[in-house]
Ligand binder design. Structure first.
Ligand code: PEP
Ligand code: MG
Length: 759
């Protein structure tokens, strides 16, 4: 690569530049004057042939506002759309770019009026304010040269100052900046992703964590470091207070998350980069902000959900630190918030959500986030509907009326009266149904013709367990142990696992519970587990396969389960077993742990039941060899469906293409029922279909007598089964198994309607 010898741009150069920048900002002159001075200063100090500043105008157009080195006549004339040219590329991606051969970049766009063709190298950074791109700052050099990190970082720091200048001196009419092209008061609907179920109506509260950093350069680095350390201390104690409050409120899961979160706050790399930036001459606020801009820019192209969620945690911490530096406590001012509020945020950390008064918080709307993000896990635990929808902040004004539909992933902005009425009716209907479910909670779970059906729960968080009493379910048919593993920053050791399992067993009391061993991999990667990228994660290294390859992991989990159970019954289930040999391998590890326990004289569980999930079709052909070894078997229909039909359960294009209520799936399930009853092995089903009333009806018709489902499904399924005549259904279904239907859903629905089944 080309490039001659250049005087090094280093920390000293950066400090000098920032000091001069401070003088410009402190001096007089219009916004345009100061902007002109800034680009001249940058060009001189960075020995650049060109420095230009583009500012975002209405309609996503970047206008050249000031330049040193390009034709001055191009100022206010050259305009680029976002995405057009390298400048448009920087704005579109909101991240810095440093190129030693700009004309070869695929986005390079030649604008003759600027006279820029002789320039080979380009470094540019977005001008960001809050979450929005307000412009682009670039330097160019005639020759080919590689830019050093300090140059890009310095440009980023200056871009922060320019962002303030753009905002404060109103270089652009502020109306332009907020104009969205929509008539402001018209009702609108956003389509997004459902992240936490439920319906909520309230007034928009825009979560504005971003504090404006005004003072960029500090005189006294030591004093700044001192201020930073104090703010860090107060932030730590504030997080500790939150931990304490979450624990007092009995919220164990948010507490787990907050603890992880506190560990991030102590992240050495993050802290040392901030301290370094302060030593270079920035104020504590500017250093915190710059490290965040830098982290965001570095990570913005990464799509890995875990990394994106960590980024949000860091954003949350940044905002907290800025609040503490500004002397604000970080708690939200309850007096000015509406009683029914819907929080709207670009992204949010779990601690920020808990800052708001839970008695007023009705719903949450996020621009970024996934259902597995920490804030969503907490929101679900608190029963707060959440929808993720892009562009929310651009479309919503503070105190706009909003309806968040967390069941369908929609948001209604300033809903018209008919929508508000429909919402009111939906909520009233939901209440009526909940009342009805509460009324049947203590009635027996038997069909109309007297067949008992055991309803069990699927759980994965401690906070799910109170539902066991509230729903009247008989026990926990599936405890997904991986969820606590997923929200931690490192693998929990045996002691931590033992404490957790023991608490779960305490909560469950005398009701039965089935612990499924770690089912990670596939779409549930652990942040701290390295297995490399896989082409087909669903067919890859997951669940028991990982446990068998790393026996110490599985053994630790089994040890913790045995220790927690001491003197109590224990049921363990292995996921994703594809052949008898895998079951034998997993069972052997359990035996080793039992021996270890005995050798140490530790009390064993009062009884031990060992089972497997049936999720992989190959196992269906080993049932005669497998079943005699099992105490129970549970069908994981989510995975079984995906493997039976070779249709990725996480891919919206294929996940609904095949119906579990198809003759092939029902034939498989019927065969299982027959084989298990012949071998006297208890059989249950814990995939999502068990919790859908119509599917559950079909399962009962096939012969299942134990259904495990998520807590909200208990009421609807119990209502259905209490109105069902199983004998009539079996008779009806006997003629359906051999047909060529794609799905039997419609036929089963018609049967239900004709026979008075309540769905
Ligand atoms: C299933 O596959 O049906 C199941 C219950 O397991 P999970 O959804 O956790 O993969
Ligand atoms: Mg599964």
């Amino acid at each position: 690569m080309g490039g001659g010898v250049h005087p090094r741009f280093d920390g000293t150069s950066s400090r000098r530049l920032l000091a001069r920048l401070r003088d410009i900002m402190a001096g007089s002159g219009s916004g345009q004057d100061r902007l002109d001075k800034i680009v001249t200063l940058i060009a001189a100090e960075m020995k650049a042939d060109v420095c230009s500043c583009y500012v975002m105008r209405a309609g996503e157009v970047l206008e050249l506002f000031s330049t040193e080195g390009l034709n001055k006549t191009a100022v206010h004339n050259t305009r680029l759309r976002v995405g057009e040219g390298i400048v448009g590329y920087i704005a579109g991606h909101a991240r810095p770019v440093a190129l030693d051969n700009a004309p070869s970049h695929p986005s390079f766009a030649y604008r003759p009026e600027t006279g820029e063709d002789p320039f080979q190298s380009l470094a540019g950074v977005p001008i960001l304010r809050g979450s929005k791109v307000r412009g682009v700052l670039v330097i160019q050099h005639k020759d080919r040269r590689r830019y050093v990190e300090e140059e890009v970082e310095t440009l980023q720091t200056i871009a922060m100052v320019v962002a303030e200048l753009v905002a404060q001196s109103e270089l652009v009419n502020p109306v332009e900046v907020t104009t969205t092209g929509d008539p402001v008061l018209a009702p609108a609907r956003l389509s997004g992703t459902a992240m936490s179920a439920g319906l909520a109506m309230g007034l928009a509260v825009i979560h504005r964590p971003q504090l404006t950093v005004r003072q960029m350069v500090a005189e006294d680095a030591d004093a700044e470091l001192e201020r930073f350390n104090t703010a860090l201390q107060t932030m730590h104690s504030a997080i500790d207070d939150l931990l304490e409050a979450a624990s007092l409120a009995g919220l164990s899961e948010p507490r787990d998350i907050l603890e992880t979160y506190r560990m991030f706050a102590e992240d050495r790399g993050w802290l040392s980069r901030i301290r370094e930036a302060i030593r270079v001459g920035l104020t504590a606020e500017a250093a915190v902000q710059q490290v965040q801009n830098d982290t965001r820019a570095r990570m913005s192209h990464l799509t890995d959900p875990y990394i994106r969620e960590r980024l949000m945690d860091f954003e949350d911490l940044t905002n907290r630190l800025l609040q503490h530096l500004a002397g604000k406590t970080g708690t939200t001012d309850g007096a000015t918030l509406p009683d029914d509020m819907i929080l709207v945020a670009r992204s949010m950390g779990p601690a920020e959500l808990l800052d708001y008064d839970r008695t007023r918080l009705r719903g949450l709307l996020l621009e970024e986030g996934s259902p597995a993000s920490h804030v969503c896990i907490v929101a679900r635990a608190l029963n707060i509907p959440v929808v993720q929808a892009a562009d929310a902040l651009n479309r919503i004004e503070p105190l706009d009326q909003l309806i968040v539909d967390g069941d369908h992933g929609s948001v209604f902005i300033r809903p018209a009266e008919d929508i508000q009425m429909a919402f009111g009716e939906a909520v009233a209907l939901q209440h009526r149904k909940e009342q009805m479910y509460a009324e049947i909670r203590n009635l027996p779970s038997v069909t109309r013709d007297g067949v008992p059906i055991s309803i069990q729960l699927n759980c994965g968080l401690l906070i799910d367990l109170p539902h066991l009493t509230a729903s009247g379910a008989e026990g926990v048919g599936l405890y997904r142990t991986e969820i606590p593993f997923m929200v931690r920053a490192s693998y929990p050791d045996v002691t931590a696992q033992t404490t957790l399992y023991s608490r779960i067993m305490d909560e469950v009391g005398h009701k039965p519970i089935v612990f499924r061993t770690l089912d990670v991999g596939g779409d549930k990667m652990l942040p701290y587990m390295t297995g490399g990228e896989e082409e087909n994660p669903a067919l890859g290294w997951r669940a028991v396969r990982i446990g068998l390859d790393h026996p110490s992991l599985l053994r630790q989990q089994l040890r913790a389960l045995l220790l927690a159970a001491a003197g109590r019954p224990l049921s363990v289930m292995f996921p994703m077993i594809a052949e008898v040999a895998e079951f034998d391998g997993a069972r052997r590890l359990l035996e080793l742990e039992l021996k270890r326990l005995a050798a140490q004289g530790i009390e064993a569980p009062s009884s031990l039941r060992v089972g497997t999930m049936l999720e992989v079709p190959s196992l269906l052909w080993q049932l005669p060899a497998l079943l005699p070894k099992l105490d129970f078997l549970s069908v994981g229909s989510n995975d079984l469906t995906q493997y039976l039909f070779a249709a990725d359960r996480g891919n919206p294009r294929t996940s609904t293409r095949y119906d579990p209520l198809s003759p092939s799936m029902l034939c498989v399930l019927r065969r299982l029922v027959d084989e298990c009853s012949r071998h006297k092995v208890s059989l249950s089903i814990c995939g999502e279909m068990a919790g859908r009333p119509l599917d559950a009806m079909a399962l009962i018709g096939v012969g299942f007598r134990t259904l495990s489902m998520s807590p909200p499904s208990v009421g609807p399924v119990k209502t259905m089964l209490r109105s069902l005549d199983v004998a009539a259904l079996r008779q009806y279904m006997s003629g359906l198994y051999t047909g060529a239907d794609h799905s039997l859903r419609d036929k089963l629905k018609t049967f239900g309607k004709d026979h008075g089944v309540i769905f």
